[in-house]
Ligand binder design. Sequence first.
Ligand code: MIC
Ligand code: SF4
Length: 645
Amino acid sequence: MGLTLAQKIIRSHLVSGEMKVGSEIGLKIDQTLTQDATGTMAYLEFEAMGVPRVKTERSVAYVDHNTLQSGFENADDHRFIQSEAKKHGIYYSRPGNGICHQVHLERFGIPGKTLIGSDSHTPTGGGIGMLAMGAGGLDVAVAMGGGPYYISMPKIVFAELSGKLPDWVSAKDVILEVLRLLTVKGGVGKVIEYGGEGVKTLSVPERATITNMGAELGATTSIFPSDEVTKSFLEAQGRGKGWLELKPDEDAAYDETIHIDLSKLQPMAACPHSPDAVKSVGELGPVKIDQVCIGSCTNSSYRDMMRVASILKGKTVAPNVSLTVSPGSRQVFHMLAENGALADIIAAGARVLECACGPCIGMGQSPNSAGISLRTFNRNFLGRSGTADAQVYLVSPETAAASAISGILTDPRTLGREQPIAVPARFDIDDNMIEAPASPEEADSVEILRGPNIKDFPKTFPLPENIQAKALLKVGDNITTDHIMPAGSKILPFRSNIPYMSQFCFTVCDKAFPERCKTYGTGVIVGGSNYGQGSSREHAALVPLYLGIKAVIAKSFARIHCANLANAGILPLIFANESDYDTVDQMDDLELPDIRKAIAENQKIFVFDRTKNMRFEVTAVLSQRQREIVLAGGLLDYTREHSGN
Ligand code: MIC
Ligand code: SF4
């Protein structure tokens, strides 16, 4: 039996385990990336491991998230990351050079290689045929040190594309359709592998929009074949040498198949507050809007920006709308400036922002009270924009630009004939904002610049013999890491200061949660299905660790967060019978007797609810390796124990 494309890359990088769906496999990692909001912690962890120089083929540190410098913290962290990169053999993409995923695709990605990044949208690299996955900072630190990255062997879903997109319908509408079909948990444990005749009609940036937002499906990653289209993209980036053809075997067997006829798609929008609450723009009708934000790692390529510029040309943004535009990279930004498209964007009244994540992560541009914001981004979780009662819709650049002019949600197909936007034969190539690391000889003399904002890693504990704690919080389904550890301009600068961050933990759901944790000292969280979906931020595990959380009992977990919990030494447990979720209440007294023994010996685990006088069974979502990690008190302790440091 033949292999799918993802299976071929897995096989060529397999260092441990068996390629049997659901079993843990270890993969050799060729490239890593970090961004600044997760990077500070990842480099502290890398330092703690004591490896002097990265062992990957290429590691890159980007600064793109925390770019609003309203105090010393972010600037200090940038300098810290810059010095870490220089010392340890990592390329450093300076602030202003662009969003990690966009720049990595342009300048570093290579078909057939493995990439992990401390950001959940790392699968953007699947647009050029990489096996690219989001991971917690600690896992990225281990990979930088030459260690494998562990995942459960995924199922492979064949997403067969046929036809060609109609005018004004674009890649964003494709992935919104996939989200409508599969939902935010439909991709858990799966790789979405695109194929079929429709693939060749999509450019690399369009493919990257689709793989980027595969993160919202909860998928391990998404991947496109590497074909002639990939080759021309890499050649236009002056990197044609890295190209190789990659496709599945003729007789590859897939676990599931979905079909999408591109020619039948229409402009779509994900409604508040979930990326899978998808409706067609036509169905939603002329919703009056207050803000439009164009950019983010999903939709900020040269192609997208040129499309936006062509729609805005000669028009003015509606008086009721504030329009922001953030190009994805300095390469894109510079090309828009050179060819005059930027002038069209400025003349229309757009508020042009630097090439960074910006409003996508609540770094400024929060909408007005109860404001309706259309965004070309990938997440519209409650409160993420920085305005608690804002209503965020996720749309394509075409829909966003058309609506910015009309002031109401507008189907771009009303704009007349679409002019094609060609992928340039040559992009503007200039890596002057990417700093190379010091040579191994010079590395010793590089001083690490550490600001006062950097506080210690939270204290870890080996798994105790017994856990006795209250259920300090009970939450429902699809809890995101933005609920657990909110982001935004006020909190993000403190990513290396866990004690400070702890006062915001879960406050989106329950303002009193951090205080309650302090009062009781230890606790357990009870969650619904897909607990921890969304970002890769390990802070959503490290902060609960700091607050004394010993276990999370949920109906199911999102992949990256589940790994982050284990890495932090917190037990991820699932209800053996989901109906038991209904019987446990917040503040019930729970007991997990002999839990250390049960984890070590892989025995059945029972939780005693002393308040209800009942017991229920749970299962630990842990591989044998992760059991040892949790017993040791987390991945750092485990790594130290195993390396003898
Ligand atoms: C996000 O989009 O939520 C982020 C901010 O990029 C996160 C990483 C982080 O929290 O720093 C992600 O997607 O992993
Ligand atoms: Fe940045 Fe938004 Fe992309 Fe996250 S989703 S990497 S915040 S642009």
